[in-house]
Design a protein around this ligand. Structure first.
Ligand SMILES: *[C@@H]1O[C@H](CO)[C@@H](O)[C@H](O)[C@H]1NC(C)=O
Ligand SMILES: *[C@@H]1O[C@H](CO)[C@@H](O)[C@H](O)[C@H]1NC(C)=O
Length: 170
């Protein structure tokens, strides 16, 4: 009996700690919301860069405040720019009326207007100004790091797989 009473505090502690950790894992993130709506979670940067967000389930309006405007790179090729504030209308498999997101296309930054999952094809369609860009969904599963300056991002291989430009040749 004495034994049991003495181990009670320990038991309580164990119980408490397991409750806390399960609450922590139950916490919904913006990435979960995207995934629950059929989109890859990595369309927005890692949680460390998300200051706050809100999702209105009635209107589908998703708004996100980042800790700072920043640049992210996906798969060493696609370069994205996130404004301080990004928003869009979220429905299953699509984020429309996107604000605050740009992609670099041949050295020009173009606003992304819509992001649509082509159902079952593993392809995400980016509706950027003047063009539709179809990219593999798998590139966007992992939320990326996001850097305040474009210069902080690792140099990239260009579309021909070379590093740097002609000025790199010695
Ligand atoms: C984002 O920040 C703005 C201005 O600081 C604030 O008005 C807005 O409520 C914030 N939105 C979210 C989703 O936190
Ligand atoms: C979302 O859709 C509503 C109409 O359904 C529109 O008024 C609003 O501007 C849209 N939001 C964005 C961020 O485009």
């Amino acid at each position: 009996m004495d034994q049991i009473i003495r181990s009670l505090p320990l038991l309580l502690l164990l119980l408490l700690s397991s409750t806390t950790s399960s609450t922590a894992t139950d916490t919904t993130t913006i990435h979960d919301i995207l995934r629950d709506n059929g989109l890859p979670g990595g369309l927005v940067p890692k949680s460390a860069y998300i200051a706050s967000y809100s999702f209105d389930t009635d209107t589908g309006l998703l708004s996100v405040n980042l800790t700072q405007p920043c640049y992210a790179r996906y798969d060493n090729s696609i370069l994205a720019y996130f404004d301080n504030f990004i928003a869009g209308n979220l429905s299953f498999g699509a984020l429309n009326g996107v604000e605050g997101l740009k992609q670099e296309e041949l050295f020009v930054w173009l606003p992304v207007k819509g992001i649509i999952e082509e159902e079952g094809s593993g392809v995400i369609l980016f509706d950027i100004e003047l063009a539709h860009k179809r990219l593999s969904r798998s590139l966007f599963e992992e939320p990326p790091d996001c850097h305040a300056s474009e210069a902080l991002i690792n140099p990239v291989q260009d579309i021909f797989g070379r590093r740097g430009g002609p000025q790199d040749e010695r």
